[in-house]
Design a protein around this ligand. Structure first.
Ligand code: GLU
Length: 304
């Protein structure tokens, strides 16, 4: 498949749709991003690459890191994990509080903020140096030793993190947070602050396109069965209350972040990352979703 040619063609078609939406201004540092940025990078499991635009520029991956924290927690806890967090699409915004009280402090899934906070709590219980151990894991998964947190973004989010503080307090009241709230929040904000380029992001997610095994190092990151389940969760819950729409239009498991990044994988084929900072009203990259919609239409490949 001539991915470079297809990406170029799709990008020409994309011009007709404009660059609509708004950046995630609720995190001060994210509102400073140049909204005309646009990058795409595709990596195949055979290590072929196709790239377009600002694919080598770092951006804040935000919630996309929730898939990697889920991977590590699932690896450590196994099926016990699902006593603390569900696997159902929430159908609500990423930072919504409404379901949590009804569900007695058990988040619907690990990819909404409440679920990711529980995953952070679990990791803190198990890891001796959570921040160091987590960044070491993400470097191992990606094979890229320079991936790091961005202190500036973590601090910026911490200064306005009222909704996340509300979520974690509510869960603590139900007994679903075991560690100190401030320690969990600090870990969570750091996770969200990780920066990557599209190229690095597509490389990081390749193990999920390859049944849990990094295709380059041949290292087993997670078992085949767990990799299947993580992909299923991305398919159902990766795009907040737009997960059905993404599935309908793109037909691949993926995850978005409010930094404007999206990563999607095609099992046994490739991992693709797109970055465009302006978000639609659901908090997903407007151009990123349009691009992937046109891309899978053009390639005629999806998991369905
Ligand atoms: N750090 C963001 C928050 O907690 C992540 C949101 C996202 O990317 O979905 O609000």
């Amino acid at each position: 498949m001539k991915y470079n040619k297809i990406i170029k063609k799709v990008n020409n078609e994309l011009v007709a749709f404009g660059n609509l939406g708004n950046v995630a201004s609720y995190i001060p540092e994210l509102s400073a991003v140049n909204t005309s940025k646009f990058g795409v990078h595709l990596t195949t499991i055979a290590n072929q690459h196709a790239s377009f635009g600002d694919a080598d520029e770092k951006f804040s991956i935000q919630s996309i890191s929730k898939v990697i924290s889920l991977t590590l927690a699932y690896k450590i806890e196994g099926e016990n994990l699902w006593d603390r967090v569900g696997v159902e699409p929430s159908g609500t915004p990423f930072n919504s509080l409404v379901q949590l009280e009804h569900d007695l402090g058990i988040p619907r899934n690990p990819l909404i903020n409440a679920g990711a906070l529980v995953i952070c709590d679990i990791l803190i219980t198990h890891l001796s140096s959570p921040k160091e151990d987590f960044i070491a894991f993400i470097r191992q998964v990606s094979g890229i030793p320079t991936i790091d947190y961005c202190n500036r973004i973590a601090e910026s989010e911490k200064s306005v993190g009222y909704k996340n503080a509300a979520l974690i307090n509510l869960m603590k009241s139900f007994g679903n947070i075991k560690n100190d709230i401030d320690v969990v929040l600090d870990f969570y904000f750091n996770l969200c602050s990780i920066e990557m380029t599209c190229k690095e992001l597509s490389q990081t997610f390749l193990f999920l396109a390859n049944y849990g095994v990094c295709p380059f190092s041949k290292e087993i990151i997670i078992s085949r069965s767990k990799s299947k389940r993580i992909n299923a969760i991305m398919q159902l819950c990766g795009f907040y209350d737009e997960a059905g729409e993404f599935s309908f239009k793109v037909g691949l498991p993926g995850k978005s972040g409010v930094g404007g990044g999206i990563v999607a994988i095609h099992p046994n084929k490739y991992s693709i990352a797109v970055w465009s900072p302006k978000l639609n009203e659901k908090g997903n990259s407007y151009k990123g979703i349009k691009f992937l919609d046109l891309f899978t239409t053009e390639t005629k490949f999806s998991i369905f």
